[in-house]
Design a protein around this ligand. Structure first.
Ligand code: 5AD
Ligand code: FES
Length: 362
């Protein structure tokens, strides 16, 4: 056995082992990917679940240095879908048997926004006879708000930690109360406490990020006992402050490779969680998400935002599918998933198995 095969035989992986796995290239990398495929086959099987993604508004009160829809980017045209546009997208997801929906937007915390989301959640539940699962990804909120939205019908929440290295977190966000690392952690704790299937994630290939940081990110996910993870490559955006470091970044192809290594390693570390094949993978490689599904991911989020607004929800450059209608996307995704040797499961929520093993009394 070579060094990698020896690491992959271990029952517990050390931080050094994780660093080795995440940074693999060439033939040894294939050994890691094969192992992840094996683990996935035994634990979560070949099934892939859909979440129809509705990016309903790019209005954001925050100013993250990496994000194209940050408040200070005056070049972005702001939009806010009407309730009926959002409900139409939900109907589309329901009719297409997507099983679940993700509602995502820039961060807003005003009472009107909070109440609006509550109403929408109830309407989506009722238009789908309670059958559409709902994930929300609406940033940092109070525990009361999380509880209110949970009571209205949301049952999964995505809030990426972005990086578990506090110093790096403070480098890629403004250093103020509105962007605090501690607050992000406490929000994740609140989400778990309320009872959400809780998802987090990181960006891979950020300026100044090291393989050690990425290993710590995986350890963070494991220690936090998350149910779902969505992580993908960092992609520079011209109208953001981090753009000035573009010459310090790994090449895009390496960011993609390391992102897939992270997914494969996480599948081995947390065999029964849900892992998303994130859209940013596809911005680098047309088949990026399918590569993720092949090597450990089991969730895909087809974009069902009405086409006329997609061009304005540009978190990063080269975002895919901004010209296509939701239908075009469904067809092309279906075929590509099957080509990756996976099976699309329609009409089911595809909940995180990990959530139920964590909450054995459920
Ligand atoms: N590159 C990659 N991912 C990004 N996100 C925001 N900006 C970028 C970027 N430039 C991700 C963040 C956020 C999610 C909604 O999108 O991780 O949590
Ligand atoms: Fe909107 Fe970061 S810029 S949450």
């Amino acid at each position: 056995m070579n060094e990698i095969e020896i690491i992959l035989e271990k029952t517990t992986l050390s931080k050094d082992d994780l660093v080795t796995l995440i940074s693999l290239e060439g033939e040894n990398r294939n050994i890691l990917l094969k192992k992840a495929q094996l683990v996935a086959g035994k634990t979560i099987g070949n099934n892939v679940y859909y979440r129809g993604l509705v990016e309903f508004s790019n209005i954001c009160s925050k100013d993250c240095f990496y994000c194209g829809i940050r408040k200070s980017n005056k070049k972005t045209e702001r939009y806010n879908l009407s309730d009926s546009e959002i409900l139409d997208a939900a109907k589309f997801a329901y009719k297409s048997q997507y099983g679940s929906l993700v509602l995502q937007s820039g961060e807003q915390t005003n009472p009107a926004f909070i109440g609006r989301i509550g109403k929408l959640l109830k309407s989506i539940k009722s238009l789908s006879n309670g059958q559409l699962g709902i994930t929300i990804s609406l940033g940092e909120q109070t525990e009361d708000t999380y509880q209110y939205w949970y009571n209205c019908g949301a049952h999964r929440y995505l809030l990426r930690i972005e990086t578990s290295n506090k110093t790096l977190y403070n480098t890629i966000h403004p250093f103020d109360d509105n962007h605090s690392f501690e607050k992000r952690i406490s929000c994740l704790q609140s989400l778990q406490k309320v009872g959400y299937q809780t998802g987090t994630g990181v960006m891979i290939g950020l300026p100044f990020q090291t393989y050690e940081d990425l290993a710590d990110d995986l350890i963070f996910m494991k220690n936090f006992d998350v149910d779902m993870v969505g992580m993908g490559p960092y992609i520079e955006h011209e109208h953001t402050p981090l753009y000035k470091y573009k010459n310090k970044l790994w090449p895009l192809s390496r960011r993609l490779e390391v992102a897939i290594n992270m997914i494969a390693t996480l599948r081995i570390l947390m065999p029964n969680i849900n892992i998303v094949a994130s859209t940013a993978l596809q911005a680098i490689d047309p088949l990026g998400r399918e590569k993720a599904l092949k090597n450990g991911a089991n969730i895909i989020m087809p974009n069902i935002t009405p086409t006329n607004h997609r061009k304005d929800y540009l978190l990063y450059e080269n975002k895919p599918c901004i010209d296509e209608s939701a239908n075009d996307c469904t067809n092309c995704i279906n075929i590509r998933i099957e080509m990756a040797g996976k099976k699309v499961v329609l009409g089911q929520w595809g909940d995180s198995k990990h959530y139920f093993s964590r909450n054995k009394n459920l």
